[in-house]
Design a protein around this ligand. Structure first.
Ligand SMILES: NC(=O)c1ccc[n+]([C@@H]2O[C@H](COP(=O)([O-])OP(=O)(O)OC[C@H]3O[C@@H](n4cnc5c(N)ncnc54)[C@H](OP(=O)(O)O)[C@@H]3O)[C@@H](O)[C@H]2O)c1
Length: 318
C-alpha cells in the first residue's frame, strides 16, 4: 500500500511517501480503507519528538513509521471476534498512539471508531476525532455567560473549543498569534489576544475557565486570571508545566478555591459519537485549511511545522 513514512524524528524533511505491506487485522481488529486524515498539533510533536511525551511511541525513533491519528474511511474486513462493524461501514476515529493513519489501509481496534454520518464528507469527518473530543471535555459544564479563555485557540483543538463554547453560550477570549485574530473572530470568538503582544496571565479574577492547549506558564501564575470557583485546564504544553500542574492542584484548590489541573482526554467512543453528532447537526463546524492528496504529504508536514494553517490540514487518500 502507499503510505507516508517517518522513520525518525526531525523536521518535515524526514517525511516521505513510499510502499509498505498491507496490514493484516488481528482477530479483534477491523481493517479500514483510509479515505481522509486530518493533522493535529500532536502530529507535529510526533514529527519532531518533542515534548518528551511525544516519544512514548519510540524513544530513539517512532516504532510505527506511519504518522497520522485522525482518520475517516470504510471498513473492508473484520477480525473473527469483532461485532458491531461489517465491511462497507463508513467510520471515523483516533488511532492508538496517534499513528498509522496516513496510509491506504490501517488495522485498528473497533472501540476507537464511530460510525460516520452520511451527511459528512470523509474530509469533514476526519477533522473531528482528537480535536472534537478535546473540545467536548474542555467545554463540559460551561454555562451561558461564563467567561472562557482559550490559549492556543488558532490550532486544531482551539477551533472546536471556540465552537462548542459558543454553542453553550459562553463568552470566549481566544489567544493566538496576532495575525490569526480575524480567523478567530470568524470562528465565533468574542475577543482575541495576540500572544506576542500581551500576556493573558497578567489579568486578574477574570475567567471562569481557562483551556490551555500550549501551556508554558507556572500554575501558580495562571490561577490569578481565574475568578473564584474558576478552573484552569492544561491540555498540552511543556512536560515541566505538566508535572508542575499535577503538583499544584491540591495546594491551590485548598488555598484559593480555584482549580488547576491537567485535562486527560480519554479515547472514548461515547465522546466521539457525541461530538460527531454535534458536527452533523451543524451545532459546530470543524475548520479546514486545505485538503491535499497523500502523495503531497511532505508539503503538508512542512505547512504543519510552519504553523501557518488556519484550520485543519486534511490529507485525502485516493
Ligand atoms: N490532554 C490530552 O489528553 C491531549 C490529547 C490529545 C492531544 N493533546 C495535546 O493538545 C495540544 C494542543 O493540540 P492542538 O492540536 O490544538 O495544537 P496546534 O494545532 O499545534 O495548535 C496550537 C496553537 O497554539 C498557537 N501557539 C503557539 N505558541 C503559542 C503561545 N505562546 N501562546 C498562545 N498560542 C500559541 C499556535 O500558533 P503558532 O504556532 O502559529 O504561533 C497554534 O495556533 C498538543 O500539545 C497535544 O499533544 C492533549
Amino acid at each position: 500500500m502507499r503510505a507516508v513514512i517517518q522513520d525518525r524524528y526531525g523536521s518535515a524533511d524526514v517525511v516521505e511517501v513510499g510502499d509498505l505491506p498491507d496490514p493484516v487485522p488481528a482477530d479483534d481488529e477491523v481493517l479500514v480503507r483510509v479515505r481522509a486524515v486530518s493533522l493535529n498539533g500532536s502530529d507535529r510533536e510526533n514529527l519532531v519528538g518533542r515534548p518528551a511525551y511525544a516519544r512514548l511511541g519510540g524513544l530513539r525513533r517512532p516504532r510505527n513509521p506511519v504518522p497520522g491519528s485522525d482518520v475517516a474511511g470504510t471498513v473492508v474486513a473484520v477480525g473473527r471476534s469483532v461485532t458491531g462493524y461489517a465491511p462497507g461501514d463508513d467510520v471515523l476515529g483516533e488511532l492508538a498512539g496517534y499513528r498509522g493513519g496516513l496510509a491506504e489501509y490501517v488495522a485498528t481496534a473497533p472501540r476507537l471508531l464511530a460510525p460516520k454520518p452520511a451527511a459528512l464528507s470523509f474530509a469533514q469527518a476526519a477533522a473531528i476525532p482528537q480535536a472534537g473530543c478535546i473540545a467536548l471535555r474542555a467545554t463540559r459544564g460551561l454555562r451561558p455567560g461564563d467567561r472562557l479563555l482559550v490559549n492556543g485557540a488558532g490550532g486544531a483543538g482551539g477551533a472546536l473549543v471556540i465552537g462548542l463554547a459558543k454553542h453553550l453560550g459562553a463568552r470566549v477570549t481566544a489567544v493566538d498569534r496576532g495575525d490569526k485574530a480575524g480567523y478567530l473572530l470568524r470562528l465565533g470568538a468574542d475577543d482575541t489576544i495576540a500572544y506576542e503582544r500581551c500576556d493573558w496571565a497578567d489579568q486578574r479574577d477574570r475567567y471562569d475557565r481557562v483551556v490551555d492547549l500550549v501551556a508554558s506558564r507556572s500554575p501558580y501564575r495562571v490561577h490569578g486570571a481565574l475568578r473564584t470557583g474558576g478552573s484552569y485546564l492544561m491540555v498540552g504544553g511543556s512536560t515541566r508545566v505538566l508535572l508542575a500542574t499535577f503538583g499544584a492542584a491540591p495546594v491551590l484548590r485548598g488555598a484559593t478555591g480555584k482549580r488547576v489541573g491537567v485535562l486527560m482526554v480519554p479515547q472514548s467512543r461515547a465522546d466521539l459519537e457525541e461530538v460527531t453528532a454535534l458536527v452533523a447537526d451543524g451545532a459546530v463546524v470543524p475548520a479546514i485549511d486545505a485538503v491535499w492528496p497523500l502523495e503531497e504529504a511532505p508539503a503538508v508536514f512542512a505547512r504543519l511545522a510552519a504553523g501557518d494553517n488556519l484550520g485543519k490540514l486534511v490529507v485525502e487518500v485516493p
